[in-house]
Design a protein around this ligand. Structure first.
Ligand code: ACO
Length: 429
C-alpha cells in the first residue's frame, strides 16, 4: 500500500495511506487522522474532501470529461433517451430492449397521483414558486406511499424508486398547471416519458395539442445532461439525509431544496433573467462583464464558473449545440441567444475570466432551449430537478449499500467565546 508521511510540529511523523481510484487519482486516507494526531482538517466548501467512494459518475474538471457509469455524456446524449440513462444510473447498466420496454411500462403504471394529493396543489398561493411545491410534494409522497422495510426491503426500495421517477414528473407538470390556474391533465399510456410530461403541461380541452418531436428530443437531451454530476451540493444533501437513515422521498425533497439555490440549479432561471436584463438595457454585454469583475459589486455572470470544471463544461457545449439546433428546427430566432453568444465570447477573452478559469456551465444555454419550448422561467429549475432525479436516487442507493457507510457529520473549528459565566439579567448591558 502507498503511504504519505505527515510531519506534525516538526517532531513526529505519521503515515497516511494513499487510496488510488480506478482512474489513477490519488487520495490521502485521513480516516484515522484525528485518532493518530489529535488534529482534524479544515476544508470549507469541501473542495478537497472526498466524502465517499462512488461508482456512478466520473468527471475530470481539467479535461472537461463527464461519464455516467463509464459512458461519455456525448455518447449517451447521441444514442440513448432519458429513460435508458435513468435506468443506467439507477441499475448500473444500460437496459436491453426488453428491460427498456418493461421499465417504460412500469413508469407508466406508477404515474398517477393519489387524488387527495391533488388538493394540496390547489391550496398553494398562485405566486408560489414551483420548486417549493415540488419539494413539499416529494416528501408528502412518503405519507401516501409508505415504505415498509420490514416486509421485503429490496422490493420496497425498488417500488419507491419507480414511484419517485414516475410521480415526480406528474407533480412537476401539475405545479405548472396550478400556476396557470388550469385543470390537471393525467398521464397517458400513449406517450413516452418526455412526451407524456409535455402533454400533462400543455394539452388543453379547447386547443389541439400534440407534443412536438423537436421538443421531445430536446427535453430528452437536457434531462440526460442533468442526470448526475457526482458529489454536487444537492446530491451531497441527498446522501447526507440518507446517512441519517432518512427515506428516499425525504432525501430527494432535501435535494430539491438545495438545487433551488441560485448558485446551484437555480442558476438556469437566473441566467435568462440576466440575459433579458442585458437585452432590455440595450444589449451591452461588456457592461455586464465589467460589473461581474467588480469586487464591490455582488453581481456575477450567471451560468459562468464551476467548482470542478476549470475548462469548458462538456454539458454546456452540448447545450449550446442543442440550442442552435432547436431554434433552427423550430424556425425561431431568440435575441437572448445572440446576447449569450456575445457575452460568452467577451468573457472568454477577458483576463479576469481567463485567470480564474471561468467558463460557461450547463445552465448558460439550457434556459434558452426551455424558452423555445414554451416553458416559463420559474419552471427551469423544476426541469433540472426532473433530470437530476435518477442521479439522486442512484446516490441514495449507493449510500444504502455502502460498506463504509457512516452518518455524515463533519467537525468544525470553534472560533467563538471561551467559557464564561452567565451574568444576572440586571448586570447585562
Ligand atoms: N462571475 C464572476 N466572478 C466569478 C464567477 C462568476 N460567475 N464565478 C466565480 N467567480 C470568481 C469569484 O468571485 C472568485 O473570485 P476571487 O477568487 O477573486 O474571490 C473566484 O471566481 C472563485 O469563485 P468561487 O465562488 O470561490 O468558486 P466556487 O467554486 O466556490 O463557486 C460557483 C462556483 C458557485 C458555480 C460560482 O462560479 C458561481 O457563483 N457561478 C455563478 C452561478 C452559477 O452559474 N451556478 C451554476 C453552477 S453549475 C450547477 O450548479 C448546475
Amino acid at each position: 500500500m502507498k503511504k504519505a508521511e505527515m510531519l506534525v510540529e516538526g517532531k513526529k511523523t505519521f503515515d497516511l495511506p494513499i487510496i488510488i481510484d480506478t482512474m489513477g487519482n490519488q487520495s490521502l486516507d485521513i480516516r484515522n487522522l484525528r485518532k493518530q494526531t489529535g488534529m482534524i482538517t479544515y476544508d470549507p466548501g469541501f473542495g478537497n474532501t472526498g466524502s465517499c467512494q462512488s461508482q456512478i459518475t466520473y468527471l475530470d474538471g481539467e479535461k472537461g470529461i463527464l461519464r455516467y457509469r463509464g459512458y461519455a455524456i456525448e455518447d449517451l446524449v447521441e444514442h440513448c433517451d432519458f429513460v435508458e440513462v435513468a435506468y443506467l444510473l439507477i441499475h448500473g447498466y444500460l437496459p436491453n430492449k426488453k428491460e427498456r420496454e418493461r421499465y417504460a411500462d412500469l413508469l407508466n403504471r406508477h404515474s398517477l397521483l393519489h387524488a387527495d394529493m391533488q388538493s394540496f396543489f390547489r391550496r398553494y398561493p398562485d405566486h408560489s414558486h414551483p420548486m417549493s411545491i415540488l419539494a413539499a410534494m416529494a416528501v408528502s409522497l412518503s405519507s401516501f406511499y409508505e415504505i415498509n422495510l420490514e416486509e421485503d426491503p429490496e422490493l420496497q426500495i425498488d417500488l419507491t424508486v419507480t414511484r419517485l421517477m414516475s410521480k415526480m414528473r406528474t407533480i412537476a407538470a401539475f405545479s405548472y398547471r396550478k400556476m396557470k390556474g388550469t385543470d390537471f391533465v393525467n398521464p397517458s399510456y400513449t406517450y413516452s416519458y418526455c412526451a407524456n410530461y409535455l402533454n400533462m403541461m400543455f394539452s388543453s380541452p379547447v386547443v389541439p395539442y400534440e407534443p412536438n418531436p423537436v421538443h421531445v428530443k430536446a427535453m430528452n437531451k437536457l434531462l440526460i445532461l442533468h442526470a448526475d454530476h457526482e458529489q454536487n451540493c444537492s446530491t451531497t444533501a441527498v446522501r447526507l439525509i440518507g446517512s441519517a437513515g432518512g427515506n428516499l422521498y425525504s432525501a430527494v425533497s432535501g435535494g430539491i431544496c438545495a438545487l433551488w439555490g441560485p448558485r446551484h440549479g437555480g442558476a438556469n432561471q437566473a441566467v435568462i433573467e440576466m440575459l433579458d436584463q442585458i437585452y432590455q438595457d440595450g444589449g451591452d454585454v461588456r457592461k455586464a462583464v465589467e460589473r461581474a469583475k467588480d469586487k464591490n459589486d455582488p453581481y456575477r455572470l450567471m451560468g459562468f464558473g464551476h467548482r470542478v470544471y476549470k475548462t469548458y463544461d462538456p454539458r454546456a457545449k452540448i447545450a449550446r449545440e442543442t440550442c442552435e439546433e432547436v431554434l433552427k428546427e423550430l424556425g425561431k430566432r431568440d435575441p437572448l441567444l445572440d446576447i449569450a453568444e456575445e457575452l460568452e465570447q467577451v468573457a472568454l477573452e477577458d483576463d479576469y475570466f481567463k485567470e480564474k478559469n471561468l467558463y460557461p456551465n450547463v445552465d448558460f444555454y439550457t434556459g434558452i432551449i426551455f424558452r423555445a419550448m414554451g416553458i416559463p422561467t420559474n419552471m427551469y429549475t423544476v426541469m433540472f430537478a426532473l433530470g437530476r432525479l435518477p442521479g439522486w436516487i442512484a446516490h441514495w442507493l449507493e449510500w444504502h449499500h455502502d460498506p463504509f457507510e457512516r452518518i455524515g457529520r463533519p467537525r468544525q473549528l470553534y472560533m467563538g467565546p471561551t467559557a464564561r459565566a452567565v451574568p444576572p439579567i440586571a448586570e447585562r448591558e
